[in-house]
Design a protein around this ligand. Structure first.
Ligand code: BJ8
Length: 425
């Protein structure tokens, strides 16, 4: 990090000693996993910089925004519409929850058999190591899986500015009405927080900004269809992770720059890996920063990841919000329509997700699918059974893995992934 941010972190109430320890692990992990890759696009230097300043410059920017009267909203789910936050003069930040922290303290307030993502949410708060969480003027939880739903009841005791949004469980007419009601409630909540009324003009601007980000990511994804893949799955995942907390306009511009470079690479047949490597689609639970374990194992075992069917990936970014509405009501409806299509495993039934996986296998010319589930995650592990069966019936090789954020099972995972890749060859 180029500057000394100690006083800023202190002001945010971080535990400096633990925070230093976290940054050290994060920095080392990044060095070992990302910087050791060969044939990276030059444009990834932007993301290297972003990551090196993840708790530094970006936080300073957010603190400056706060000084200028903007509010910061933290969220844990892709169902929280960034468009509405932006329209209300707030910045939406996706809070990571991708690493174990303060596990002993977490297990005093949560059952041991809780998924790593939820435990991590608590660990970052109890360990006082997340400047994004501490900088947030409002933190949004959502009634998705049972684990999160119940965990937010406990989280509210330690995060007084937690706001919980209800979400439907079925893609029915009533489900859509519920989502609409909740989005209007969220709009009012944002307006109350920022003191700025959201109108058609500001909402349209918010929609355009978020769509631009999505368009950039769609362009990046589309370039991954090429053989050899012009960018590693790890680097593409990183772009999808940074999507959640970078300045939107700068993010969009940086991703387009990388895409310009990747197009040239494709013309010259230059890849991140040699051509005809086994191509993998990852599908399942979201991978938040710094959860890079499985992709790193896959890409050091002789395969390349060409797509992520995940909320940190195409499930989260795939549909645009219709920008054409001329009234606030029409634009709000467009937001509801767009988010109602997100095929999270908390929905029942959820046939769209399987269709999307099959479509992605074809689009990205994947040779096989690795279904990634976090231990104790009921929705995704339940869905993995039918997905595995359906894909196998279509002769799409599939491997289901279940893991957590520890490194204890790395050896075992590596063996399974290597055997799967051998099979694909
Ligand atoms: S829209 S996937 S971001 S809820 S891994 S906490 S499901 S037990 S994260 Fe998610 Fe929104 Fe859905 Fe996406 Fe529960 Fe499973 Fe843990 Fe999970």
């Amino acid at each position: 990090m180029s500057e000394d941010y100690t006083s800023m972190w202190k002001e945010l109430g971080l535990d400096l000693e633990r925070h230093d320890a976290l940054l050290e692990v994060l920095g080392k992990g990044y060095q070992d996993i990302f910087l050791s890759q060969k044939n990276r696009p030059e444009g990834m230097a932007y993301f290297d910089f972003v990551m090196s300043e993840v708790h530094g410059l970006r936080i300073k920017e957010l603190m400056d925004e706060k000084k200028d009267g903007r509010k910061i909203i933290g969220s844990y789910c892709v169902f929280v519409p960034e468009e509405i936050a932006l329209a209300g003069n707030a910045t939406l930040i996706g809070l990571c929850a991708g690493a174990d922290f303060a596990v002993d303290e977490v297990e005093k307030v949560l059952p041991r058999n809780t998924c790593s993502l939820i435990k991590s949410t608590f660990g970052f708060k109890l360990g006082k190591v997340c400047p994004y969480l501490e900088a947030s003027d409002m933190v949004v939880g959502e009634n998705t899986c049972d684990g999160k739903k119940k965990a937010y009841e406990i989280f509210a005791e330690i995060v007084p500015n937690l706001y919980v949004m209800d979400l439907p469980q079925m893609k029915s007419d009533q489900g859509k009405v519920l989502l609409k009601t909740e989005y209007y409630k969220f709009k009012e909540k944002v307006e109350a927080l920022t003191g700025k009324a959201i109108d058609a003009e500001s909402l349209k601007a918010g929609i355009e900004t978020v769509n631009d980000k999505r368009r950039a990511i769609h362009r990046l994804s589309s370039l991954r269809k090429a053989d050899p893949a012009p960018i590693s799955g790890l680097d593409a995942l990183l772009a999808n992770q940074v999507f959640f907390y970078d300045n939107p306009a700068r993010f969009t511009e940086s991703v387009h720059k990388i895409c310009d470079e990747l197009e040239k690479r494709i013309e010259r047949k230059k890849g991140a890996f040699p051509s005809r490597m086994p191509r993998i689609l990852i599908s399942g639970c979201p991978m938040a920063v710094p959860n890079w374990k499985l992709p790193s194992i896959v890409e050091t075992s002789g395969a390349v990841i060409v797509g992520e069917e995940s909320c940190v990936g195409e499930r989260g970014t795939r549909n645009l919000t219709d920008e054409s509405g001329s009234s606030l009501e029409k634009l709000m409806d467009a937001i509801v329509d767009r988010y109602f299509k997100v095929d999270c495993a908390i929905f029942t039934p959820n046939p769209d997700r399987l269709n999307h996986i099959e479509e992605m296998v074809e689009t990205y010319r994947a040779d096989g699918v690795i279904h990634y589930g976090l231990q104790f995650c009921q929705p995704y592990s339940m869905e993995s059974m039918n997905i595995e069966k359906a894909l196998k019936e279509k002769n799409i090789p599939t491997l289901c893995v279940e893991t957590d954020y520890s490194t204890e099972d790395s050896g075992q995972l590596q063996t399974r992934v290597e055997a799967f890749i051998e099979l694909l060859k």
